[in-house]
Design a protein around this ligand. Structure first.
Ligand code: FES
Length: 103
């Protein structure tokens, strides 16, 4: 059964950067944009790189290792060398806290 887990305060997410968080043993990256928060798996689908150490521009996050770009809203891969989409997590905001849904 899935549940929502608190992972950060919304104010903890820096502007134009991703924040790495852990929930139930899963490492994720949070991105805040236009009052919404998006959550994707932190490890790139190409090789082992942390997307939370990459670059955020608008709704896109760029892998710091080889530069693949993903849409944080859908996880969709937008540029090579990665070919697989990211896992996304449902997000809820409650009283300034960010919660993500995990199994
Ligand atoms: S590890 Fe992310 S693009 Fe290669």
């Amino acid at each position: 059964m899935s549940k929502f887990v608190k992972v950060a305060k919304i104010d903890d997410i820096p502007n134009g950067e991703a924040l790495q968080v852990e929930a139930d043993g899963q490492t994720c990256a949070l991105v805040a944009m236009d009052g919404n928060v998006y959550c994707v798996q932190d490890i790139c689908t190409h090789e082992h790189a942390h997307l939370s150490e990459g670059f955020v521009e608008g709704y896109e996050i760029e892998c710091p290792l080889h530069g693949s770009i993903f849409d944080v809203r859908t996880g969709e891969v937008k540029s090579l060398p990665a070919t697989e989409d990211l896992r996304t997590y449902n997000v809820k905001i409650e009283n300034g806290e960010v919660l993500i849904e995990v199994e």
